[in-house]
Design a protein around this ligand. Structure first.
Ligand code: TNX
Length: 515
């Protein structure tokens, strides 16, 4: 009792000291501590991605150093994550505790069987505190992201708008891809990308690990892949690669944020770095030079040789053993230097290897040309007849239409970096499309936005091309189609830009948005 009394006094003093206009609090009783709040008008929440249903109830609940994040069984890791995030953001120490919650706490509850959709959550912020309920841990995590986004500061007071909110994702696959082959980006940059992706409720990180210009994952059984094949990049810089330990650390970092790493080993084309590392992979027996240009479609593995088959088998086995997630992406795109017949036979064999490793094959839409067993996933980028063939064969599709979802395209003629082979992709074009305009709903596994890095040399380049476009793709992947429109999105994105700035993201300040 004594303890509670001291705490109450502290709270009342604190609320008084802030002397906020419209500050209200219920009478302190022994059971119900005073909770710092106000009745000021709440600004539109401006969440990205947009939640399913949100009703502001007026006024705010304050986050103070007496607020705790409490949870029961199964919620502790998200609770610690959220408490850390809130502490960092507000420069106050927010403690974690086990349930039950006290008034003013942030309470996380797992309620299986309460009718909350997978990965979804319900959030109530009212005078008694914050209540976040989900049926699974990812749902709690996404609710935590919403709480991070909703937290605002005014005159030194940290607060959330009082509201009720119900949310759940539209698609199962909500991805971002980074090409670390054309220009290398290392562990710290990748962890930062994971953190930013999580803030937008994305759940797949597809890593394009190999290409003509570089091999970026250490493979113990074929060490030259990185010592030679990882030694340069587009433009001739020093390149680099992820050690196995780096990759493991990244996978763990991502898993803790409910993001599954999807590694891509691109075969049989886009393989010059491997061919340059091992002469025996070449039909001629001679290794080509390392390649630092930006052409595509000129290299191919010698698909029928025994040594190539052993190479592919051993590489895929190592990647599989490092990867807890169920998917192995094997590229298969732009194999213009492989005959169609060899391509089909090779991909069918690759699928048996991938399946034998207990993984599901993912390939770019060109794999639709091969007679693969059902159960693979195709990633559409051109919407060609091959993508259609994969869809007709029942393959779930990851929808990544270049004209909307390619993050490596320039926004407009003024963009200092980026390509434009598919045209310019403005913030509006990146947002104003829908996967169901391209494929029937039943075929769609989800949405992914790839950042190819031929022109991307630095974090500044990366941020400029990725943001704010990736926020729009995250919304397409998460939010219901109904209720989504460019006009409604624009002011929300403007508001969200402040969050990106606060996170240190150097996004493109498109003139289409009133920042
Ligand atoms: C096409 S998309 C590619 C990449 C390039 C990209 C540049 C795909 C499967 N292949 O190799 O980097 O265009 O926009």
């Amino acid at each position: 009792m004594h303890d509670v009394g001291i705490r109450l006094t502290a709270l009342v003093t604190m609320v008084g000291a802030l002397s906020l206009s419209g500050c209200s609090s219920s009478n302190p009783t022994d059971a119900e501590p005073v909770v710092a709040q106000d009745d000021d008008d709440a600004a539109p929440a401006g969440l990205v991605p947009k939640p399913r249903e949100l009703t502001l109830s007026g006024g705010h609940l304050h986050l103070t150093s007496t607020t705790r994040v409490v949870s029961g069984e199964g919620g502790q890791s998200v609770a610690s994550y959220l408490a850390d995030a809130l502490s960092d953001r507000s420069s106050q120490t927010i403690d974690v505790a086990r349930s039950p919650a006290r008034a003013g706490d942030v309470s996380l509850e797992l309620a299986e069987g309460a009718g909350i959709a997978a990965e979804g959550y319900e959030l109530t912020i009212d005078p008694s505190g914050v209540r976040l309920v989900a049926s699974d841990a990812p749902g709690l995590f996404y609710g935590a992201q919403t709480l991070r986004q909703l937290l605002v500061e005014a005159d030194g007071v940290w607060k959330w708008p009082r509201l009720t909110l119900t949310d759940a994702p539209r698609f199962e696959w909500r991805g971002v891809m980074l090409d670390i082959a054309r220009h290398f980006f290392g562990l710290e940059e990748l962890k930062r990308l994971v953190d930013l992706a999580a803030f937008h409720k994305l759940n797949r990180l597809h890593l394009h690990l190999t290409d003509d210009q570089g091999w970026r994952l250490e493979i113990e059984s074929w060490p030259n892949l990185t010592t030679i094949g990882g030694s340069t990049q587009v433009g001739g810089g020093p390149g680099g690669f992820l050690t196995r330990a780096d990759y493991r650390e990244l996978v763990e970092h991502a898993e803790a944020r409910f993001i599954t790493v999807v590694p891509e080993i691109d075969i049989p084309g886009h393989t010059n770095a491997a061919l340059a590392s091992y002469p025996e992979l070449n039909e001629s027996g001679e290794a080509p030079e390392l390649y630092t240009g930006t052409s595509v479609g000129f290299s191919s593995l010698w698909t029928e040789s025994e040594v190539t088959r052993r190479f592919v088998r051993e590489v895929l086995a190592e990647v599989a053993s490092l990867t807890p997630g169920p998917w192995l992406h094997v590229g298969g795109d732009e194999a213009h230097a492989t005959s169609e017949e060899e391509y089909r036979a090779f991909m069918q064999w690759v699928q048996t290897e991938v399946t034998g490793l207990g993984k599901t094959l993912v390939g770019w839409e060109e794999v639709g040309a091969a007679e693969l067993e059902a159960g693979y996933v195709a990633q559409s980028w051109l919407g060609s007849a091959k993508a259609q063939r994969a869809a007709d064969a029942g393959a779930p599709l990851i929808v990544s239409p270049a004209g909307h979802a390619y993050l490596d395209m320039k926004y407009d003629a003024a963009s200092p970096v980026g390509l434009s082979w598919v045209g310019f992709v403005s913030v509006e074009r990146a947002y104003d499309w829908d996967p169901e305009d391209l494929f029937p709903a039943a075929n769609i596994l989800g949405v992914e936005a790839p950042l190819w890095t031929e022109t991307v040399e630095t974090r500044e380049h990366l941020d400029f091309l990725m943001w704010p476009r990736l926020a729009g793709h995250a919304e397409i992947a998460w939010s219901p189609r109904a209720g989504r429109s460019w006009d409604e999105y624009r002011p929300r994105l403007a508001r969200h830009g402040q969050r990106l700035t606060q996170l240190g993201v150097g996004y493109h300040r498109s003139s289409l948005i009133d920042w």
